[in-house]
Design a protein around this ligand. Structure first.
Ligand SMILES: Nc1nc2c(ncn2[C@@H]2O[C@H](COP(=O)(O)OP(=O)(O)O)[C@@H](O)[C@H]2O)c(=O)[nH]1
Ligand SMILES: [Mg+2]
Length: 296
């Protein structure tokens, strides 16, 4: 997996290189500020990071690392260890990357030797059902779907029931990102959650919010709104490969107080990587600091 996050952060690292063409042993705070801002760390958070650094004008890698790491303290809760089937409910606005991420997640589960089933509960658009069906066929994974306009909760219920009957390990349920209005969306999501729990107590085991990485820190308010509606358990940031806003993850983790579990780094089924804060921070710092071996 090493190197994958580097691919995903490519554009962000380019921006850092523009600010700091030559790697350094210590960095002055002003340059660090500029780098963080360019990478879409919101200004108040940049100020906070600087505040927690040692008072000297120039700071070392290890000091920055310590501060940056403190933003990723949120862990997935115990529900993760629930019994089969484990139900993921995937939510987020239209175009965030829900359906694609579901395919990637399913592919990862499959690679881990798990049996997976998909539920096409975005019944608002016919295209959404078709898109998920295409992925299911490509990955050779069963799917439960219905016609456009039908009840998405019924699809969720049937998917979980089918998983129970067939001894399937993982259920992943898609949802609509947009309905006629916000109240409809809110009510629909709440109902899906209720009905999942009817199909199997404790389900959905994980409500995953998908955030479009190209929106960077500006996706935070939208995320808070979803969190208020159904209570989010974990976050996946998509399209990291398409953005220089790779620094937004600090603000997202801090503001939402939720774990970022994966990041999307491309459109293919293999382009979802587990998010490792250490690797993420190291990759950023590696583009700033001269390392022991002197390599650039
Ligand atoms: N480059 C890139 N594109 C992505 C990624 N994730 C999703 N996409 C693209 O974003 C678009 C919207 O994704 P989709 O899954 O349909 O979003 P949904 O409306 O939330 O279900 C599609 O064209 C996807 O191929 C990613 O990690 N990287
Ligand atoms: Mg979709």
């Amino acid at each position: 997996m090493i190197g994958f996050i580097k691919k995903g952060l490519g554009k962000t690292l380019n921006v850092i290189r523009d600010v700091l063409p030559q790697k350094v042993e210590k960095i002055d705070k002003e340059t660090l500020e500029e780098i963080l801002i360019e990478a879409d760390v919101p200004y108040e958070l940049v100020e906070e990071i600087i505040y927690y650094l040692p008072p000297q004008e120039k700071v070392e890698e290890k000091d920055i690392k310590r501060v940056l790491k403190s933003y990723f303290i949120y862990d997935i809760n115990e529900k993760e260890k629930a019994q089969n089937p484990f139900v993921d409910l995937v939510i987020g606005v239209n175009g965030a990357g829900k359906t694609t991420t579901i395919a990637k997640l399913a592919n990862n589960y499959k690679k881990d030797g798990k049996k997976v089933i998909l539920g096409a509960s975005d019944t608002f658009r016919a295209a959404a059902i078709e898109q998920l069906t295409k992925w299911a066929n490509k990955l050779d994974i069963p799917i439960v779907s219905t016609k456009q306009g039908h009840d998405p909760s019924a699809v969720a219920y049937d998917t979980i029931s089918s998983a129970k009957a067939k001894d399937i390990d993982n259920v992943i349920i898609d949802t609509a990102g947009r309905l006629h209005n916000q109240t409809n969306l809110s009510n629909e999501l709440k109902k899906i959650v209720r009905i999942c729990n009817k199909a199997k107590e404790g389900a959905p085991n994980r409500k995953i919010l998908i955030l479009d990485g190209t929106q960077g820190s500006s996706a935070i308010n939208q995320a808070k709104a979803f969190n208020e509606i159904v209570g989010v358990d974990a976050i996946i940031i998509t399209k990291l490969d398409g953005t220089a806003k790779g620094g937004s993850l600090f603000a997202i983790a801090k503001e939402l107080q939720l774990p970022i579990i994966h990041v999307g780094v491309g459109e293919g089924e293999n382009d979802l990587i587990p998010f490792d804060p250490d690797e993420y921070i190291d990759t950023i710092l590696e583009s700033i600091f001269v390392r022991e071996d002197g390599k650039k």
